[in-house]
Design a protein around this ligand. Structure first.
Ligand code: HEM
Length: 424
């Protein structure tokens, strides 16, 4: 069957993600009635919607059968796809980062930074990250008893951490934050470059392309600097990274910086903001984790599951295949819904409740398989350090108004989390 038009619309509609309930209900319906079926929302080519935890893992596990880069890796309208291909000499991608690659390139490019982001190598950064976290907790205390936790803490702390790891000076952080929000918030008039709702696909692509160009100009200068004077940072690894003995391609290097400078904080920021929102709404969960700091790792996993800041990635079948009893044809496009997998009733008991002691918690918010999030250890570590510092000083927290979410369907989360709190 084809997924009913109203459900198909909610899957792609950025305002459904801003609403929260609307998108949750659409996916709950799909998991129950049509867990793997074809959607064809207006303006899009048809695609399979993969909603169940097990099916998402099954696709991600088979990275030769289901490619990242053969078609657009992120949901794109027919019109936007046409425009991107026109601009990029036939390629469906404006950038070529790890997420747009398949083997053998993917493996070779991933190796350039993978080691630096492993837990054993990140350990050396923990003391510095704790210092940064303490600074943000102090700044929160300076707000008195009220703040917008998203704007004042959650958007800034992971930004500072990744920019230090990457090697971007602190004075450029506001620019990086603005560019990231313009990129992921392209459908949100509060965040995008034009300040209005973009309805024309061509205009949407132009708007993203202009942000990408600004990022590239910025990182081009960093590349030159790090080639001349390498330092102990991620930018130096990328600038001097070799692929089969040759320097990395220009588009690939620029895209590498862009993914680290965007996915490297927006995701963690959304998760942190969403965690505090959930704790403010569930005082018994706040009390539980305050009373037992060994639950902080549970709080982190649950907040990543709860927010699931990456809403989807697309895959393309490289051959005819069978999945969950359905026949997938070579060239078919598949939409992997991470938020849906993370609310799958057959895997998570009471999936719409926020539980800091949820165990097991096999969420798939970091993806799975060859493309599993490269920054997952950094994300977990920086969140753990922040919560250790914050919970030891935060005595109480409640919402001080209604939080809002970004209008977007790819990488997104809370936009504002107004709170009232007591700290010592
Ligand atoms: C890939 C989620 C933080 C860098 C991904 C993917 C997801 C994801 C779902 C795609 C995985 C797949 O296709 O199977 C998240 C979440 C984060 C987070 C939920 C925080 C809570 C970070 C951080 C970095 C980062 C801090 C910084 C280095 C990347 C990169 C990739 C990636 C480079 C591409 C990996 C590849 O295709 O091989 N992330 N991410 N992420 N993430 Fe993250």
């Amino acid at each position: 069957m084809t997924i009913p038009a109203d459900i198909a619309k909610d899957i792609v509609d950025p305002t459904a993600y801003a609403d929260g309930d609307r998108v949750d209900q659409a996916f709950a319906w799909l998991r129950r009635e049509a867990p793997l079926d074809i959607a064809q929302p207006e303006g899009f080519d048809p695609f399979w919607v993969v909603t169940r935890h097990a099916d998402i893992l099954e696709v991600e596990r088979q990275n030769e059968l289901f490619h990242n880069g053969d078609r657009a890796t992120v949901l794109t309208t027919i019109e936007a796809d046409r425009k991107v291909r026109e601009m990029m000499g036939g390629s469906p991608h404006l950038v070529r980062s790890l997420v747009q690659m398949d083997n053998p390139d993917h493996f070779a490019y991933r190796k350039v930074t993978q080691g630096a982001l492993l837990p054993q190598n990140l350990r050396a950064l923990e003391a510095r990250i704790r210092e940064i976290a303490r600074g943000f907790v102090d700044r929160m205390a300076e707000h008195g008893d009220r703040c917008d936790f998203a704007r004042d803490v959650a958007f800034l702390y992971p930004l500072h951490v990744i920019m230090e790891v990457l090697g971007v000076p602190e004075s450029d952080e506001p620019r990086m934050l603005k560019l990231t929000q313009e990129l992921f918030g392209n459908a949100d008039p509060d965040l995008n470059r034009s300040g209005k709702t973009i309805t024309d696909a061509g205009e949407g692509v132009d708007s993203i392309q202009s942000v990408v160009m600004d990022f590239m100009m910025y990182f081009n200068a960093i590349t030159e600097d790090r080639r001349a004077k390498p330092r102990d940072d991620l930018a130096s690894l990328i600038a001097n990274g070799k692929i089969n003995g040759e320097p990395m391609g220009h588009l690939e290097a620029m895209s590498y910086y862009i993914i680290a400078a965007t996915a490297g904080h927006d995701t963690t920021s959304s998760t942190t903001a969403g965690a505090l929102w959930a704790l403010a709404e569930n005082p018994e969960q706040f009390a539980k984790v305050k009373a037992d700091p060994s639950l902080i790792s549970g709080l982190i996993e649950e907040s990543i599951r709860w927010v699931t800041p990456v809403k989807h990635f697309m895959r393309t079948a490289t051959a005819d295949a069978e999945l969950a009893g359905k026949k997938i044809a070579k060239g078919d496009w598949l939409f992997l819904s991470y938020p849906s997998g993370n609310r799958d009733e057959t895997v998570f008991e009471d999936p719409f409740s926020f539980k800091v002691d949820r165990a097991p918690n096999k969420h798939l918010a970091f993806g799975y398989g060859a493309h599993i999030c490269l920054g997952q250890h950094l994300a977990r570590m920086e969140m753990r350090v922040l919560w250790e510092e914050l919970l030891s000083r935060l005595d109480s927290v409640e919402l001080d108004g209604t939080p809002t979410r970004m209008t977007a369907n790819f990488v997104c989360g809370p936009k504002a989390v107004p709170i009232r709190f007591k700290m010592h």
